[in-house]
Design a protein around this ligand. Sequence first.
Ligand code: SF4
Ligand code: SF4
Length: 435
Amino acid sequence: MMRPQVHDDAAIDWHALAREVKAYARELGFVRAGIASPEPIESYAIYARWVQAGYHGEMHYLARPDAMAKRADPRRVLPEVQSILVLAAPYPAADKHAAPTDDEPRGRVASYAWGDDYHHVLPKRMRAIVRFLEARVGHPFPYRYYTDTGPVLERALAQRAGLGWIGKNSCLIVPRYGSYVFLAEIFLGLPLPADPPFPTDLCAHCDRCVRACPTQAILPNRTLDARRCLSYLTIEHRAAIPEALREAVGTWVFGCDICQMVCPWNRRFAPAQGDPAFAPRPELPFPRLRFELNLDEAAFRAKFRRNPVKRAKRRGYLRNVAVALGNARDPRAVPELAHALRHEPEPLVREHVAWALGQIRSPEAQAALRAALATEPDPRVRAAIQAALRAGEGAEPPSSPPPGEGSDPLRKQDRAASGNAASAPAEPEAPPKDP
Ligand code: SF4
Ligand code: SF4
C-alpha cells in the first residue's frame, strides 16, 4: 500500500532559503523579488466596487464570481499556499525612445510589447525557481505561478511584498526602476518568511499622469476606467472604437504609455533598455502605418509571432492602424487607405478606414470614399463612408502640423503634458531608500 510521504522540514533555515531564492531570481533577470504572506487582500473592496461600477468593460472574466473570490483571498487560488514570491522584470522605458525622424507617418506600440511576449519568457524563469526550491527542500511541494494570467491582484501583492507602491496611474512603481516592469507571482506551499510591505506613497501631490491621460481614464482611487483607457480600447475591445474617443487615440496602435511616460519616477530612474529578453524588435515600436494596412493574416501572424500584439488580432490591429492614420492626417496615406477600403475583407477595418479618409479630407480622399460607396455592401461601413463624406464636404484640409511635429499627434500630447508641468512637483532628486 502507498503511504503518503512525510517530509521533515524542521531542519530548513527558511530565512536563509528566502535570501537564496531571491539571489537566484536576480540571476535569472528579475530586478526585484519579495515575499508576501497569503492573507486576504485588504484593498479587495476597491476592486469589487470597480467591477460593480462596470469599469472593466467587456473583460467579463474579471467579474466572474469564482475569479472574484480568488482575487479576494490567495488561499482560494492554492489552498496549501504559505507564502507568495513576487518578482519584477523590467521592459524598455518608452520615454527614453523617440520615433524615427523620417517624416513617415508612424504608429506607436506600448513598450511592453516591443519584444518577446512576457507570457513566453517569464514562466520558464518561474519554473526554474520552483526547481531550485525543490532541490533545496528536497521534495516537491504545491505551487502555482502567474504573470498577468490568473485571478490575482498582483500589484496589491507586490506592494505587500515590499516591491513598490501603486501609483495614481494604477501601475506598480518600483524604486530605482519606475513602472516599466512585468510582475510575476509564485504561490508556494512553503513557509518562506514575508517581507515588510512597501510603506510609503511616493506619488505625494503629483498628478502628472492624471492630467496627461488623453481620455481622462484615471480614477481617483488608483484604478482606471478601462472603457476609456487606450490600452483597453486598442487591445481588449473587439468592436468599433467609439467615435468620441478616436481622436484621443492619437497614433497608438497597441496600448498606450502616456501615463507612464510622464511619470517623474520613470523619467528619472527607468533604465532605457530593461531586460534583454524584451529588447525591441526592429520596426515594432514605431510601425510605418501606411504599410501595416497591407498585412494579411499570414503576414500578421509572422510579424507578431511570440509578441503581445497578436492579442489584438489582425482585425483589431488594423482597426487601430486606420484610426492612427486618420489622426496622422497625412494625405500620402490616401492610396493605401483607398485600396483597403475596396479590398480589405474585414468590415470593422473598412469602417475605420472610411473614418480615416474622412479625417484627411483631401479631394483624393473624398474621391476614394465616393468610389467605395458605389460597391460597399455592409450597412455599417456604408454609414461610415457617408459620415466621412459629410465630414469632408466643404471642409478645409487640416492645417499642416507645426514645424518639427511631423504627423505625430503624440508630440502634441507630450507638449500638452509638459505644458501642464508648471504646477507639477519637481522630479525626485534621489531614489527613496529601499524597504
Ligand atoms: S494607458 Fe493611456 S489612456 Fe490608459 S490611463 Fe494611461 S494615459 Fe490614460
Ligand atoms: S505621474 Fe505622479 S501621480 Fe502619476 S504615478 Fe507618477 S508619481 Fe504618481
